[in-house]
Design a binder for this molecule. Structure first.
Ligand SMILES: *Cc1c(COP(=O)(O)O)cnc(C)c1O
Length: 340
């Protein structure tokens, strides 16, 4: 076992022993290769460097009380990566290659797998990039698919504590018919300035509105948004949101807990009606929201948790989802794959 202070891990890169790589050449995928190199030798004209042919995924594995390692919903991450690949003209990674690469990354780095009960997880980062040289704007003919993994702690250092969020009105992360629905690097580059400004203003995240009318809520930084009112889980429907797997889990759990679930356009003004709000994604699972400020409009402040504690519904959903991931709660939805 590695000498790692599991409780003190943050959501940051750290070196592990091995990563797994697979190259696409001449129209087909090769064999999986094990690498201990953190670097990728890459052609200077590779399309990922110039034209953003790059998609990624993020998923977690957890060690349970029973010492078994559970990989959470990898099939969904695979499907989404296939969708992203199609969206920016890259070859689809077959499911068996995707799974095998995740599995080997976990098994070969077992000394970096956080033990049960430390609040930590093993985060896998699959990456698909165009490596073939191209100077004209065209898709590459060669690609690299790889997976690396790192032990991570909670995304927010403060833990499960509501955060402040700022509505962004002077930029968009994605357009309705653009690439917002794909998990591609370009969307993140487009969000860095507004995210950085929100941080400078003392907010944990930027809340994006629909690009067309600036009327509806889109995404909350790199996470989906949801609001709770009258025993109903409400989450925005939009053509520029990345479909979060965590959000789908929360919708299923909410339904299963007797709540109503609504996926529909959510107008900014509706924020005034929510009892609780949160952002969700693999990294943080749920980040409860304390208040949302419309700083660039009229300074309207929507306050949800004045006492600074997480609300009862967010807390319940969080406990149920993390309980399933850790193997503490029965996996009735069949979300876990045991890795052995
Ligand atoms: C990855 C991501 C999410 C969260 O998706 P999960 O599948 O829940 O991890 C939300 N929004 C954006 C923009 C993302 O890239």
């Amino acid at each position: 076992m590695k000498n790692i202070e599991w409780e003190k891990l943050s959501f940051a890169y750290s070196a592990t022993n091995y990563n797994i790589r697979c190259y696409y050449k001449n129209g087909k995928w090769g064999e999986l290769e094990v690498s201990s190199d953190e670097n990728i030798p890459i052609h200077m004209a590779a399309t990922c460097l110039h034209y953003g042919q790059e998609a990624f995924e993020g998923l977690k594995a957890f060690k349970g009380k029973d010492d078994k390692v559970r990989l959470f919903r990898w099939e969904e991450n695979h499907k989404r990566m296939v969708n992203s690949a199609n969206g920016i003209m890259m070859p689809e990674v077959p499911a068996d290659i995707f799974f095998e690469a995740c599995k080997r990354t976990i098994l070969l780095n077992s000394e970096f797998m956080p033990p049960y009960g430390k609040g930590a997880a093993f985060y896998l980062r699959p990456l698909l990039i165009g490596t073939g040289a191209q100077v004209g704007v065209k898709a590459a003919s060669e690609y690299l698919f790889m997976v690396f993994g790192i032990p991570v702690g909670p995304y927010f250092k403060e833990g499960f504590k509501p955060v402040d969020v700022q509505i962004v009105r002077d930029s968009d992360r994605a357009a309705p018919l653009g690439t917002g629905v794909y998990k591609v690097g370009g969307n993140y580059a487009a969000s860095l300035v507004s995210g950085g400004k929100a941080h400078d203003n003392g907010f944990a995240a930027a809340l994006y509105l629909d690009a067309k009318e600036k009327k509806y809520i889109d995404e909350c930084g790199p996470a989906n948004f949801f609001g709770i009112k009258n025993n109903t889980y409400v989450t925005p429907k939009s053509e520029s949101i990345l479909p979060s797997i965590t959000n789908r889990c929360l919708m299923d759990i909410a339904k299963d807990s007797g709540m109503t679930v609504e996926r529909r356009p959510v107008a900014v003004e509706e924020l005034a009606e929510f009892e609780e709000c949160g952002a969700c994604g693999t990294a943080a699972v749920i980040s409860p929201i304390k208040r949302i400020v419309d700083l660039q409009k009229d300074g309207t402040e929507y306050m949800f948790r004045p006492d600074g504690t997480a609300g009862p519904v967010c807390t319940d959903l969080y406990k149920k989802l993390t309980g399933i991931q850790l193997g503490d709660i029965k996996d009735k939805f069949n979300w876990n794959t045991i890795i052995e």
